[in-house]
Design a protein around this ligand. Structure first.
Ligand SMILES: Nc1ncnc2c1ncn2[C@@H]1O[C@H](COP(=O)(O)OP(=O)(O)O)[C@@H](O)[C@H]1O
Ligand SMILES: [Mg+2]
Length: 226
């Protein structure tokens, strides 16, 4: 497998890039083949930052988040500043937070302008999907187990020094493995919290709200939220 440093073209030259250690690099072409050319049948989820595909990789099932690349201010197609910051935050926290209720990051693929994050696949998908399905509904035993696990993951983040504030805890970002154990994912909006204060107020970066609104407008759904 190629060394990840062979592929960092712009991100790695950024002084704010966290230590990437030995995170394995997955070649883009192999991910493309494994997901059957990003086939919609392999798609398991989508957020504002990326589209997530399930695939087999060397006898292991993995989840690949393919980042949505939009045009930035630069003439070439690449990540804009907001996406770049999200990527760096996700890398920094997922790589440094090892806990049974935090989604493990298994690898990266940086082949400018294509960027993917590779995670352990969570068999039961997001809590949001589980709650939206009528049958079978989640039993109370599982609900309690999920609530406790998610709280334990959040407590782990808040107990770090300095504390890590996830900033986007919601059912779509809580994933469930084959045993219905919850893990917290999507660290794109995570930030360092103050050490002394007991609470802080956080808000999303304006540009991300703008991108979200653009997406809704693109889908012609604006009337639904007005
Ligand atoms: N490791 C995973 N296993 C299974 N499904 C996943 C995994 N990671 C993400 N997903 C699905 O993809 C959706 C979007 O993932 P997420 O990381 O939140 O993307 P974004 O950063 O774009 O919001 C999740 O709500 C979930 O349904
Ligand atoms: Mg998300």
């Amino acid at each position: 497998m190629a060394s990840s440093s062979d592929y960092f073209i712009d991100i790695v030259s950024d002084p704010s890039t966290p230590m990437l250690g030995d995170i394995p690099h997955f070649p883009y072409n192999e991910l493309k083949t494994a997901t059957k050319y990003w086939n919609k049948d392999n798609k398991v989820g989508e957020g504002g930052f990326g589209t997530v595909y399930k695939c087999e990789w060397k006898n292991t099932t993995i989840a690949v988040k393919k980042l949505k690349v939009r045009r930035s201010n630069k003439p070439e197609e690449t990540l804009n500043q907001c996406q770049r910051d999200q990527l760096l935050r996700e890398l920094k926290y997922l790589n440094s937070c090892r806990h049974k209720n935090i989604l493990p990051l298994d690898g990266i693929c940086f082949e400018h302008p294509k960027y993917c994050l590779i995670y352990r696949y969570m068999e039961h998908g997001s809590l949001e999907k589980k709650l939206s399905r009528k049958e079978p509904s989640l039993c109370w035993e599982h609900r309690l187990h999920i609530a406790k696990g998610a709280a334990s993951g959040i407590q782990f983040l808040h107990a770090k020094e300095p504390p890590a504030i996830h900033g986007d805890i919601k059912s779509a970002n809580i994933l469930l493995n084959e045993h219905m154990d919850p893990v917290i994912g999507d660290f794109g909006l995570t930030r360092e919290g103050p050490i002394e204060k007991t609470h802080i107020i956080v808000s999303r970066p304006l540009e991300c709200v703008h991108l979200h609104m653009m997406k809704i407008r693109h889908q012609n759904n604006i009337s639904k939220i007005l």
